[in-house]
Structures are given as C-alpha cells and as structure tokens.
Design a protein around this ligand. Structure first.
Ligand SMILES: [Mn+2]
Length: 373
C-alpha cells in the first residue's frame, strides 16, 4: 500500500511535468473545500511557470462529470485536466472519452470514498483513501501537502487558503501539521475545528458558502476574489462577498431557529427531515449548523427547486450517509447522490419525494458509521 506522503509526491511530480505552454483546465467542487483546492492548484501551477490555466466549477447537482460539464470540457479541449475535490471515479466513461478524443492528460486529486481506482485507466488518481481507507483529509489540505512538495515557502505562504477549505470540510482535527505550519506563519489563533470555525478563516469559509447560495455564479466569483486576495482580510473586505453573506445569514438564522418546530422528527429512526422553503441554495449550510447541535442524529435538509428536490445530509457520529444516500436513490430515475460518511447530498425528481423520504427513514439505522482505526 502507498503512503500518504508518496501520494503527495506523485501528484507534485505529475504537475511538474506539465508542458508550460499547454492549456490546463481545473475543475472544482462547489463548496469551500473545492474553491480553496482550486486556488491552491492555481498557485502551484503559476509557481511552476504554467501560462494558461482556466478554472471552472463542477455541475451544481453533483461533483461528477455530468453531460453539461462534459460539453464545456469538449469545447475547451484542454491538454491537461485537473479535478480537485471531485468524485469523478463514480463514472469514468466521460474521462476516457475526453482522453481519447483530445489526448488530454488527467489527474484527479480527491478525498471522497473511492468507487474505483482510475490509475487503471491511465488517469492519475490521487485519493488519500487509497493510502488509508478511513482517512478524512480535505482536498485543500491535500493541496497544501502537494504545494509543499513543490516549494516549502509556497505551501507556508498559502497555508491560510488551505486552512479555510479544511475548516469548511470540518477536517481541522486530522490536519494538525497544516495548523502548525499556518500558526508559525500567521500566529497561533486556534487548534480545534470548533475554535477555528469562530475565527476570520471560518468566516471566510462561510462567505464562500454564502456566495454559492446567493447566485448561480457566486461560487466562481468567490473563487476569483480568493485567488486575487493577498490575505484573509482582503477576501473578507470584498463588498460583493460581504453583501451576500449578510443577506444569506438572515435566511439561515431564521431556518435554523425554526428547525425543531418545522422539521419532521423520526426518533425511532434517528433522523430529522427538514423541508425548507427558500429560493436560496442554503440546504448544506443549514444542515451543517443544525448538525453541530445534534451531532449523533441524521439531519436531512431538503429544498424544492423547479421539478427537483435537493437534500443535504449530515451526521457527525453515527451514520454512513454516503451509503445511505446511494441506497435510497437506487431505482429512482434521474436521481443523483453520494458523499462522505458524515456529509452527503442527493438530488431527486419531485415526483419521487415520498419514496425517497421513506427510504431515508427506513434505511438510516442500517448504515452505521464505519469503524475508526
Ligand atoms: Mn472536500
């Protein structure tokens, strides 16, 4: 079995061999960890002297290669494709197609539970789970480690960016070497997930999620502002980001406050289903906040949008939500979903709501959390 360190070296070596004049496209997951991973990838590639780097977010529905993402990539015809924080191994067929059609070289840097090893398909697949199946190390932390294999100064200088994404993915406890490196550069302000989430770095992660919830292009705007920012203060000073955060915060506070009153609690199944009514994409943020208060219960926050319903699920202690969601969408047409043991998401057709909801309730206790090593 490979070691984590050898994975980071492999990724750095792959990035180092990129032809400087080649077109590189980075595709990232639409969350705080994904944004920070993409910014770190850009910093590494610029450091290596790569001239043309284009960055695009994944499809809003899922961090896999969907038909619409495939169309964008086919138009760009990149020489190199870098996926960060995306579970593209769920369906490798579109990647194989792009490779064959355009000769694109592909690397996947990810930490989602693996569906398959893409190295078999001549795609460089860097996933911490292949070195340690139970590892929970956010992608922006991986990018910090990969940056360190390129230049120690680079990694230290942008450790604050990786820190924001690591807070966003609730991974601080497992990433204490990042915390140490960050502290030596920027001062020791916290060590735990809980304390870091109260700092301006935690706030920056909230800004990214507010941008995502406020506007279709919000996540990409947040990424651009973060890429240009020289510090976390510069990022937090951006007026657009501030305005989005302010507007979204009021909606989130209201929804969190009404959770106990308005959610459908199933004590025997240890799950609460909360249907929120808003046109803002706040389900994942609301689910995370509620989950901090009820870490041993499965919290499913669901929101109707057009003819679909999107659900964000959280359970910090007692369930495997990735497994639960995969099982609960099985057999439903046009349904997507998956994720981590502690956090997962699904998107289903509105007409399948009752079937899906009952599946969640009936299956929740059948997917206990995986044993820790
Ligand atoms: Mn992530």
């Amino acid at each position: 079995m490979k070691t984590l360190d050898s994975l980071y070296i492999e990724a750095a070596d792959w990035l180092k061999q990129i032809r400087k004049s080649g077109l590189i496209v980075i595709v990232y997951h639409r969350d705080s960890d994904g944004v920070c991973s993409a910014v770190m990838a850009t910093k590494i590639l610029k450091h290596l002297g790569c001239g043309s780097v284009k960055v695009i977010p994944c499809d809003p529905a899922t961090p896999a290669v969907t038909p619409s993402l495939l169309r964008s990539l086919s138009e760009l015809q990149p020489d190199y494709l870098v996926f960060v924080d995306m579970a593209v191994d769920q369906d490798p067929n579109p990647l194989v197609l792009i490779k064959q059609k355009y000769g694109t070289k592909v690397i996947v840097i990810d930490h989602h539970p693996m569906s398959m090893d893409l190295n078999m398909l001549d795609i460089k697949h860097i996933n911490t789970r292949s070195a340690d199946a139970t590892a929970y190390l956010p992608a922006s932390y991986m990018m910090y480690k990969i940056a360190g294999k390129t230049s120690k100064e680079l990694a230290k200088g942008y450790s604050w960016v990786s820190l924001i994404g690591t807070i966003g993915d609730h991974g601080i406890e497992n990433c204490q070497d990042l915390v140490k490196d960050f502290s030596s550069a920027y001062g020791r302000i916290a060590t735990t997930q809980k304390d870091f989430s109260q700092t301006k770095y935690g706030k920056a992660s909230e800004y990214i999620m507010s941008a995502k919830a406020s506007d279709d292009d919000g996540i990409e705007k947040a990424r651009i502002v973060l890429e240009r920012a020289t510090s976390v203060d510069a990022f937090l000073a951006n007026e657009t980001m501030k305005g989005w955060h302010f507007g979204i915060q009021a909606i989130i506070d209201h929804l969190v406050k009404n959770f106990e009153k308005d959610s459908e609690l199933q004590p025997n199944a240890n799950i609460a289903i909360y249907n929120i009514k808003t046109d803002k994409r706040v389900e994942s943020v609301v689910a995370s906040i509620i989950s901090d208060k009820f870490p041993r219960m499965t919290i499913a926050v669901c929101r109707e949008s057009g003819d679909r319903i999107g659900c964000s699920l959280r359970n910090q202690k007692s369930a495997d939500l990735g497994g639960l969601v995969k099982n609960s969408i099985a057999g439903l047409k046009d349904a997507r979903g998956g994720g981590h043991p502690q956090a997962a998401a699904a998107s289903i057709k509105k007409s399948d709501w009752i079937t899906f909801k009952n599946a969640l309730i009936n299956n929740n206790l059948r997917y206990p959390a995986p044993a820790k090593k």
